[in-house]
Design a protein around this ligand. Structure first.
Ligand code: GDP
Ligand code: IMO
Ligand code: MG
Length: 445
């Protein structure tokens, strides 16, 4: 710290919410920098489960400064529902700050997301249908509506008209949809503005003040490296950059603010939605991982596709992020297997072997995983609280991952609970406060 970025190192759902919540205890602020409510971040504390979509995973600490940065796309209806649900569970949300420059998801974005998918037919991306792509498209086209526009009726109305004008043709099938009526939409969004006003702020300035003051800030990524619009498995990606580099632009701070970059990966691989997945399992083993890992989407409930850990993709994610440490979650899910396989390279159609992630879409779509077999272990890991509690084979597996990915392992997840996390020496060494006190709680408190 002061600036630590938490990013997904796979195709999302790696456990970013859990790790952010864990580290947030000792941080002064947590900031989201991209994505929107396509994200679903789970935190389990004392047997209670929390699912967050837009609000940073630091919100469970009373009054903690939680920033929704300018790079996030916000569906204000969803945000208000999320705030209300937290308040109903007696969570103090007074620390939430929303960037006035963040873009808003509008009713037409939701309709266009679904219509776009329907049009693609069998070539669907499998989006979360939350309007993410169309909203980022409007941002790039400079037709976006921003949080600050919610506070001025005249400007809001004018911008809605301007944004809808070039979409007339594609919105024609929804002509009669009351959600698209200009008056209704303006009134609805003005109401959202009133409800959110107390949280709207110049968050880039706030971030600068925090960091300048030596405060510790966690940048919480959504999605994962392989869903990155530039470097992921395009076009089967999301519409933002879930990489560490985006933490800066998405909150308005310079790269020097970042000290640590932690990539989160499961001990195996999952993916929701369509697109290439070389190490995917289509057999009973895949089913078993899905069932044991509870691999169903936090946002859409869709079953996640499952496969062995893909070290080609993980090494790529480590490089794209200049990852300083790795966090391996869900190691417990692999207990009880005789042998564990890992993907260490890809085989192309005509035989070439790829150690590095191929940039060419056609190559990637035909790539097959070359697997290396490692020893499995029988023991249940849920009660392990130190690295020394792990079976030898589990430790060997972690060492193999670190060596192939090119980053040391800092934390290991052995269950969904916040106490089910093991700190390695590397992890403890990186996150040490000036006082010499570890910033995590290695005792598992
Ligand atoms: P995120 O989007 O990266 O925050 O991850 P999700 O919340 O979508 O999905 C991760 C799921 O795995 C959640 O249900 C977590 O409660 C669960 N989880 C996180 N870490 C572990 C772990 O180490 N072991 C097990 N068994 N479950 C975990
Ligand atoms: P968290 O933050 C997993 C996937 C969708 C789809 C693609 C594009 O919880 O890890 P979009 O709605 O973004 O246009 O969909 O991206 N996707 C995710 N997959 N976890 C997520 O978020 C995701 N957010 C989007 O399934 O394949
Ligand atoms: Mg998720």
């Amino acid at each position: 710290m002061p600036g630590i970025v938490i990013v997904g190192a796979q195709w999302g759902d790696e456990g970013k919410g859990k790790i952010t919540d864990l580290l947030a205890e000792h941080a002064d602020a947590v900031a989201r920098f991209q994505g929107g409510n396509n994200a679903g971040h789970t935190i389990v504390r004392g047997g209670e489960e929390w699912k967050l979509h837009l609000i940073p995973s630091g919100i469970l600490y009373p009054g903690k400064c939680c920033v929704i940065g300018n790079g996030v796309v916000i569906d204000p209806k969803v945000l208000i529902e999320e705030l209300n649900a937290l308040r109903a569970r007696r969570i103090d949300v007074s620390g939430l700050r929303i960037s006035a420059n963040a873009h808003l998801i509008m009713p037409y974005h939701l309709l266009l997301d679904s219509a776009g998918e329907a049009k693609l037919g069998s070539l669907q991306i499998g989006t979360t249908r939350r309007g993410i792509g169309p909203c980022y498209a409007d941002k790039a086209a400079r037709l976006g509506i921003r949080v600050q526009d919610l506070l001025d009726e005249k400007i809001l109305k004018k911008k809605i008209v301007a944004a809808m004008e070039p979409k007339r043709l594609s919105l024609r099938p929804f002509e009669k949809d009351p959600a698209l009526d200009l008056h209704t939409m303006t009134e609805e969004y003005l109401t959202y503005g009133h409800r959110l006003e107390q949280h709207i702020a110049d968050t880039a300035k706030l971030m600068w003040e925090l960091l300048d003051d030596g405060k510790k800030v966690i940048f919480e990524g959504a999605q994962g490296a392989m869903l990155d619009i530039d470097h992921g498995t395009y076009p089967f990606v999301t519409s933002s950059n879930p990489l560490a580099g985006a933490a800066c632009v998405g909150t308005g701070v310079g790269p020097k603010a970042i000290d640590e970059i932690w990539g989160i990966s499961k001990a195996y691989t999952t993916r929701v939605g369509a697109g290439p997945f070389p190490s995917e399992l289509h057999d009973e083993m895949g089913e078993m991982i899905r069932a044991r890992g509870g691999e169903f989407g936090t946002t859409t409930g869709r079953p996640r596709r499952t496969g062995w850990l893909d070290l080609v993709a993980l090494r790529y994610a480590a490089r794209l992020n200049t990852m300083t440490s790795l966090v391996i979650t869900k190691l417990d899910v692999l207990s009880g297997l005789d042998r564990i396989q890992v993907c260490t390279s890809y085989r192309g159609v005509e035989g070439p072997v790829f150690e590095d992630f191929p940039y060419h879409q056609t190559v990637l779509h035909h790539a097959e995983a070359e697997l290396t077999e490692l020893r499995g272990w029988e023991e249940d890991l849920g009660e392990c609280r130190a690295i020394s509690d792990l079976p030898d084979a589990a430790r060997e597996y972690l060492e193999f991952i670190a060596e192939h990915a090119g980053a040391p392992v800092a934390l290991i997840g052995v269950g969904p609970g916040r106490e089910q996390v093991l700190w390695t020496d590397a992890g403890l060494q990186t996150l040490v406060a000036p006082s010499g006190v570890p910033l995590g709680d290695p005792a598992g408190g």
